[in-house]
Structure formats: C-alpha cells, structure tokens
Design a binder for this molecule. Structure first.
Ligand SMILES: Cc1ncc(COP(=O)(O)O)c(C=O)c1O
Length: 320
C-alpha cells in the first residue's frame, strides 16, 4: 500500500476523501459510466441499487438468478427467477421474463454455476428487452474484467449493456475488500442514502482504497494471461485426474474442480500439506455428494512460480 502514489493523500472520512475520488473516477472511466461509487462490500452496493430500482418502478419484483436469496429477508423484495440453476442465462430465459418488474440482475460469470458466462448475443438480447420495456439491467460483475477478456470486449463495452454495474475490488484486483457500483451520475447519487442505511459508511476506507488502486495497476493488465492459464491448468487437471472442470472449456480465470474423494478426508489432507509444505491449494470445500468434493480454483499471481504440472502433482498427492 505504501508504494501507491495516493498513499500521500489525506485520509478519507465516511466515504469522502481524495483517494476515494481517484479510485471512483478511474473505475468510472474503465467502465464507461458517468460515475462510480465505492462500497466496502458488494452486497451493500448491490442491495442499494436494487432498492433504488424498486422505489423508482413501484414494483417489488426483480429478476435474478435462482442462486441468490438475500434480497428477500432483508429488503422485502420478490424474485422472478431468471435462468436455470447451474447455467448461465440463455435467450429462451429472456423470452419468459415478465415486463412488470423493477430490474433485471445478471451475475457475470455465474459463480455457483461454475463460473459460466452467457453468450454475448444473449446479453445483447437482454439489453434489447430492457430498452423495449424500459426495465433497467444491473450486472453483478464481481468478475467483470475477466468476463470482458473472454468475450474480447473492453470492460466499457460490457458495462454499456447495463444501466448499473458492480465490480469487485478484492477478487481479481486483489484489494483488501470492497467494490464499485457504476452508472449514471444521477443514479449513483441516489445510492448514497441507501449505502448509508445498509451500514456502508465506514469511518475510513483508506487501506481498502489504496490496495484497490495497487490492484488496478498490477493485476488488471494481467487478466489476459490468467484466463488462458486457467484453461491450460483445467485441461491438465482433467487429463490427469479426470476431474470435472465446469464449464468445459473454462471461460475466465476461475473454475471448479470436482474430485473423487470425500470432503472430510480431502480437508484433512489439504491442511496436512499446508502444515508440512506451506502450500495452500484451495479455500472452501463443497460436498458434491457420493463421496465427491468440489473446490474453486482462481488463477492469479500466486501461480507465477508454479507450472501446471507441479500444481497437478500436488493435487494428485492429496488423492493418493
Ligand atoms: C458474484 C458475487 N457478487 C457479489 C459478491 C459479494 O461481494 P462482497 O463480499 O464484497 O459483499 C460476491 C462475493 O463472493 C460474488 O462472488
């Protein structure tokens, strides 16, 4: 953080400060939107956007992928499910959408479905639907930069298909935490009271903002390396272990691996490897049933000094 030039700027105070201004304007430029808003959590920013869309439209219904649920208990909003569990949205899903909804929310890529992305034409069809029926689109683009690279589009070209967009600062960009909501100046201004209501006014966000600025300089330019690396690594895992990488082929730098081993045993072995060799192979494990386990792989600079073959050898060590 000390290496970032903005470290010399004054501390921010309740979301106001010069380093936040720099970050927000860099992100707005990258995303081709008038304005961007820093939030300390993506959930805070996106819930704010959905509440504002609901207030404006008079409808309490949002169209959202079936994996998401938070809107209901906290905000009293209702969902129309868009797309099928385990898949990215398809053209047929758009045709089924009702026209009396406050907003359509699309996650890019759909993480729980295995980081799957819709076809570019599907997103364009969604934009046509949105313009025809005057229904705003919000992208949950936690991993928008990686998605843009897959389609060979600029982040701004992707964001142009939405009215508002969220990008995570701590995933590919490696910040300590936080996210950005970008949209029209008028819409972003209207989110500030919501951000405050959701507990989004931190006394200072300086360390988060500096780490995000560092990530923009150092990680953003490397996404076009990380995405193909995820493809080669996932293919080698599939060839050697027969593991399932979803989707096939992998589209961004994140993918899911499924191994034929129960979760408890795999976790014990992974922790032993961490203790003995100081190697951390994956984070959270998911029980995939029938004595199978799943975990996510996110290709980034942690793999700089590893070959694909070395990673696969370590995974196979866990299975032996
Ligand atoms: C697709 C997606 N959207 C939103 C979020 C929420 O971000 P935050 O942890 O900043 O609330 C996550 C977090 O994992 C995510 O994967």
């Amino acid at each position: 953080m000390g290496e970032v030039p903005e470290a010399n700027l004054a501390l921010d105070f309740y979301n106001t400060g010069p380093a936040i201004d720099v970050l927000e304007s860099k992100m707005a430029n990258l995303l081709g939107k008038e304005k961007a808003l820093f939030v300390q959590k993506g959930m805070v920013g996106q819930n704010s956007a959905l509440m504002e869309y609901a207030k404006r439209s008079g409808s309490d219904k949002i169209a959202i992928h079936p994996e998401s649920l938070a809107y209901q208990e906290l905000m009293g909003l209702n969902a129309i499910h868009l797309g099928k569990k385990g898949s990215a949205i398809e053209a047929a899903d758009i045709a089924k959408l009702p026209t009396s909804i406050a907003a359509v929310c699309v996650e890019l890529p759909t993480r729980r479905a295995g980081f799957k992305l819709p076809e570019w034409q599907t997103l364009q069809a969604l934009k046509d639907f949105s313009v025809t029926h005057n229904i705003p689109i919000h992208f949950d683009g936690a991993r928008l930069f990686e998605s843009a690279d897959y389609w060979q589009k600029s982040p701004a070209e992707v964001a142009a298909l939405s009215d508002s967009v969220y990008v995570s600062l701590y995933k590919m960009l490696g910040a300590a935490a936080g996210g950005i909501i970008a949209g029209s100046e008028e819409f972003i201004e209207s989110l500030k009271p919501w951000r405050s209501r959701f507990g989004g006014d931190m006394f200072t966000a300086f360390p988060y903002v500096l780490s995000a600025l560092w990530g923009l300089e150092h990680y953003l330019p490397r996404i076009s390396e990380f995405n193909p690396r995820a493809q080669s690594l996932s293919q080698l895992i599939a060839q050697n272990i027969g593991a399932e990488a979803l989707p096939d082929p992998v589209q961004t730098c994140g993918f899911i691996v499924e191994l034929q081993i129960d979760m408890v045993t795999l976790e014990q072995r992974a922790l032993a490897l961490a203790e003995n060799e100081r190697i951390w192979l994956f984070d959270r494990l998911y029980d995939a049933g029938e004595d199978k386990s799943r975990f996510e792989v996110q290709v980034g600079d942690a793999l700089d000094h590893w070959s694909d073959t070395e990673v696969v050898a370590k995974l196979m060590q866990l299975l032996d």
